[in-house]
Design a protein around this ligand. Sequence first.
Ligand code: BG6
Length: 280
Amino acid sequence: MNNPYIKLISTPNKVDVLQVTHPKFTAQISRFGGHLLSYATKQQDNYLWLSNTAVLDGSKAIRGGVPICWPWFGPAQGEFSGEPQHGYIRNVNWQLQTIEGDDTELTLELAPELSDELKEKLGLSARIRFHFKDDLTITLSTTNECEQPRPLSQAIHSYFYVRDINNTKLMGLENSQYIDKLTNTTETQHGAVQISGSVDRVYLSNAPKLMLDDESRKIIISGSGHDSVVVWNPWRELAANMADFDDNGYQTMICVEMANTQGLTLAPGKTYHLSQTIGG
Ligand code: BG6
């Protein structure tokens, strides 16, 4: 890899990590999952939460950072029923395809290594692009490579670090309807989202800009191509039941995910872009 800002770190029995050290920011991207593990700028500490007990040997999807859910979000359904939750690509290695940039910006593109059999079955291909400038834009692009329309759902499943979830507000979803996955009801959001217990919600919103305020900083989360914003915090009990979620971790994280949950159909030959920008 011939780029002054990027180094591949390979450790036995651990996922390969692309260590990005740039004059404006640092980041780590795991080749397993095409998964961003950390991102900090000169002005801002790491934006992302990573579980202290995350499994980093490639045997399981990584808990924290930015997993990519594709080509479905949540439990597999229909022709894929029985397949893994959140799809395939957070559990496979990705190839670095291109690196471009200079001392003001940097772009990396990766593509998942899928078997020919799986590619054939899906009829879809995926690529991810990390564009670092003054902020970071993650774009997940999907192309329908076959001759039939194909269904797609997906999420950029970002885990944000917050100083204290009890003093954190997410703004930008006011008055939006959401599906509460814990009660299976549809509700309306009044005011900012504040979390004081287990939350698993699909906001039916394509709001282009949200703000996460934990009283120590304000993170701007922008998106495009999404039909939903998923907000998740498992809280104490669920976290304790997940071996890869450290017991107190729920106090310093919130997932805010730009997603397509409402049944998108991609026509033959077409490419769809879903993106999330993290900055502020
Ligand atoms: C969220 C879902 O996006 O991801 C939750 O809305 C789910 O229902 C959570 O529990 C974590 O999923 P996983 O498969 O990484 O444990």
